[in-house]
Design a protein. Structure first.
Lengths: 247, 237
């Protein structure tokens, strides 16, 4: 837990989780003392299968209520209001059975933009995601990579402060992965705080500013990416990078 | 055999020459069944959707009951609606017995569980896929229902067609509450039953041909819709 940006006195981390606990049938799924996500990000959450990465992400986004503990955004406990300033992209994109443009319009309509502004925004988003000219196509006829790009565009449509991504490229080929990573980096440069779960160490190296390593529901290590990859501080970190950390 | 050929020829002539009695019966059948399906949809779709997304103690029991009601015997439904609408029944004052309205009521009772149960199934399956994503987009449980209904539109259209198929082909309920009165409550199925027993096979056959045509069209439409849905699912996979 070193080298992470030190906060000024009284400064709030953007996202803060404290004492999060989730258990099922006596089994500990998540047990986290404290996690502060500040600094520019992207934060990459890594760990073996079943380490609690996706669960943590869902807790941070407020999709799952923990048995105990609290998540705060800018010092305020998260709720429907903070979720409106966050977006989330899932491993398998959940696309509405409508056209590509209608998937984006669905979100924009909820934010009560005028028709003209919505149309302009949709065009801009489609261009950003390399989907220009595909607006009228059925969203579910897109390829895997295009579908995931649409899911990211939809999450970004309302310009959220934070974007959570749960292994968005795990089912994609290298070219599609590259497109998605470029999109994520562009969003980060525009000021969206990225928090992403990945299995792919190469991806974590390419994208990560800081790495959260999870093991058995706990945070084993939270370090800046170059420190983590050069010289992991935890036993779990060393074993993870050596490929011998399982469950 | 020659008789049959002759009856069949007469039947086809009735259809092709636009026999007014025949087509009046077809029209009444359509009016009754389409109206019944529309009313059943207005009740059954919200009910099915609510069952899909709401969580309450006896939910599973209600779902089992609803599924069981899909197999209601039409004759029994006819009997129950008859008892309710008969002069001494609770709704006797409305004097609806032996009117097309009574037939619509009976068909609504038959069709509503089918539409509600199929809607429940469709919405619940879709909800399992959409729930987290919609929540992430800030859509409340209640507000997600129109989204789920719209995105399940192909399956729901199939449910409506299934309901229509059941209504148009049903004879037991409408003959009891409609009374099979000439020019008033005589529909395709009840006419076929009556004319066959009278030995007037030409009219019965003509209506039979039209009814079969409708049944095949409905089934064809249903398979076309489900093929389209499968196609979308496959492209997505």
């Amino acid at each position: 837990m070193r080298d992470l940006p030190v906060l000024e006195m009284g400064q709030q981390p953007m996202i803060e989780a404290e004492g999060l606990r989730i258990g099922r049938n006596g089994e500990r799924l998540l047990d986290l003392r404290y996690l502060a996500l500040d600094g520019p990000g992207p934060t990459l959450i890594m760990g073996p299968n079943g380490a609690g990465k996706s669960l943590l992400l869902r807790c941070l986004h407020g999709l799952i209520a923990p048995d105990a503990g609290q998540v705060r955004q800018d010092g305020v406990p998260i709720g429907a209001e903070s979720r409106a300033r966050q977006g989330m992209v899932f491993q398998t994109p959940v696309l509405l059975r409508r056209s590509v443009a209608a998937n984006l319009d669905y979100v924009l309509k909820r934010h009560r933009l005028t028709r003209a502004r919505r149309r302009a925004r949709i065009e801009a988003l489609l261009a950003e995601g390399g989907l220009a000219g595909k607006g009228r196509q059925s969203a579910r006829s897109l390829s895997g990579g295009e579908g995931q790009r649409l899911a990211i565009l939809r999450a970004l449509a309302t310009e959220p402060d934070v974007l959570f991504l749960d292994e968005p490229t795990s089912a994609l080929d290298p070219a599609a992965t590259q497109d998605i990573e470029a999109m994520i980096l562009r969003a980060a440069r525009r000021g969206t705080r990225i928090v992403m779960v990945t299995h792919d160490i190469g991806q974590a190296r390419r994208l990560g500013h800081d790495i959260v390593l999870m093991h058995q529901g706990r945070i084993a290590e939270h370090s800046l990416a170059h420190d983590f990859f050069d010289d992991p501080q935890s036993q779990a970190g060393r074993r993870f990078l050596a490929g011998s950390l399982v469950l | 055999m020659q008789d049959f050929a002759q009856e069949f020829t007469t039947a086809m002539t009735l259809i092709l020459t636009g026999d007014s009695e025949l087509w009046a019966i077809v029209l009444l059948s359509l009016q009754v069944s389409v109206m019944a399906v529309l009313i059943a949809a207005v009740i059954g779709m919200p009910l099915g959707a609510a069952l899909a997304v709401a969580r309450f103690p006896a939910r599973r029991l209600v779902i089992v009951l609803l599924n069981a009601l899909m197999g209601l015997p039409p004759v029994v439904v006819g009997l129950l609606v008859y008892l309710v609408l008969s002069r001494s029944g609770p709704l006797g004052v409305l004097q609806l017995l032996y009117t097309p309205t009574a037939m619509i009521v009976a068909q609504v009772v038959l069709v509503m569980p089918i539409i509600a149960a199929l809607t429940r199934q469709t919405v619940e399956t879709l909800d399992a896929e959409y729930a987290e994503q919609l929540r992430s987009l800030g859509v409340s449980r209640l507000a997600s229902v129109p989204t789920l209904l719209w995105d399940g539109r192909i399956a729901l259209a199939t449910a409506l067609l299934a309901g229509f198929g059941r209504a148009i082909a049903e004879v037991g309920a409408v003959i009891i509450v409609g009374g099979n009165i000439n020019h008033v409550t005589r529909v395709m199925t009840t006419t076929i039953a009556l004319e066959t027993s009278k030995g007037n096979l030409a009219l019965a056959l003509a209506l039979g041909v039209i009814l079969i045509g409708m049944a095949i069209s409905v089934t064809g439409l249903v398979s076309l819709l489900s093929l389209r849905q499968e196609g979308e699912a496959m492209r997505h996979a």
